[in-house]
Ligand binder design. Structure first.
Ligand SMILES: Nc1ncnc2c1ncn2[C@@H]1O[C@H](COP(=O)(O)OP(=O)(O)OP(=O)(O)O)[C@@H](O)[C@H]1O
Length: 234
């Protein structure tokens, strides 16, 4: 069974149509990389999957169930967690409190994942009482991912986790996300401008151009195809 299946999805902001007929599917436990230049609809896709904006038509199926009519919190209860661009952590709260917010956000009582979170991100363990807003960008990104993990999700949506982070940490975060994917069997949808990061960690890739899909395939197929030059300008 497909873990996540998106069919002919249209979405946008009021009268502004952004996503046009987007279709793809991800098997359970896979990593899907979402590539595309600035303003092509990547963040909008993450918002539409998480339920922050509505689908105007099409379907989003999680394990066969169409969740496109559900509110964001209902999707979260079904196991979708979102690590938003800019991280969305609570800067005034401590690391410990931010992680606890993840558990609360899950709505039910999820398994306690704090041990796993601290094993993936030992730096967080050293800073449990620190105010989150005083940490470096990379540490805040680790916290945002850790908080998502605390909800004990089945699917993790990430919007540009490399944004504003120094290259060595970007590499490390990519490696850790892959570990989480493998160890937890976690399905991951990751939006990135950082093409090498995606080519290193994704099983499949899609490329968005003006809200429509212009490429989809295995990472190997997409990375070797002309579309990379054409749509990503690298
Ligand atoms: N809240 C909003 N209201 C109206 N239009 C929006 C809103 N947010 C985004 N858009 C528009 O939707 C289009 C796609 O934006 P989106 O943020 O999804 O692109 P993106 O591929 O994530 O870009 P970036 O890499 O710069 O984050 C853009 O034309 C943008 O101006």
């Amino acid at each position: 069974m497909m873990s996540l299946e998106v069919e002919a999805l249209d979405s946008g902001y009021g009268a502004i149509k952004v996503l046009r007929g987007v279709s793809f599917s991800i098997a359970e436990g896979e990593v899907l990389g979402v590539l595309g230049r600035n303003g092509m609809g990547k963040t909008t896709l993450i918002r539409a999957l998480s339920g922050l904006i509505k689908a105007t038509s099409g379907a989003i199926r999680l394990d066969g169930e169409d969740i496109s009519g559900l509110q964001a919190y209902e999707r979260a209860r079904r196991g979708i967690t979102t690590v938003v661009q800019g991280r969305g952590i609570f800067p005034q709260l401590t690391v410990r409190e931010n992680l606890e917010m993840g558990r609360i956000a899950a709505g039910k009582r999820p398994r306690d994942r704090s041990e796993e979170v601290l094993s993936y991100f030992p730096r967080l363990g050293e800073r449990m009482s620190q105010q989150a807003g005083t940490m470096s960008g990379g540490e805040q990104q680790m916290l945002a991912i850790g908080r998502g993990l605390m909800t004990d999700p089945k699917v993790m949506l990430l919007d540009e986790p490399s944004d504003g982070i120094m290259p060595t940490l970007v590499h490390q975060i990519g490696v850790t996300l892959k570990e989480i994917n493998k160890n937890e069997g976690m399905t991951i949808v990751i939006v990135e401008q950082n093409v090498p990061m995606i080519f290193n960690m994704a099983d499949h890739c899609i490329i968005l151009e003006k809200g429509a899909l212009v490429a989809k395939g295995t990472t190997q197929e997409v990375s070797q195809s002309d579309v990379v030059q054409q749509y990503l300008a690298i």
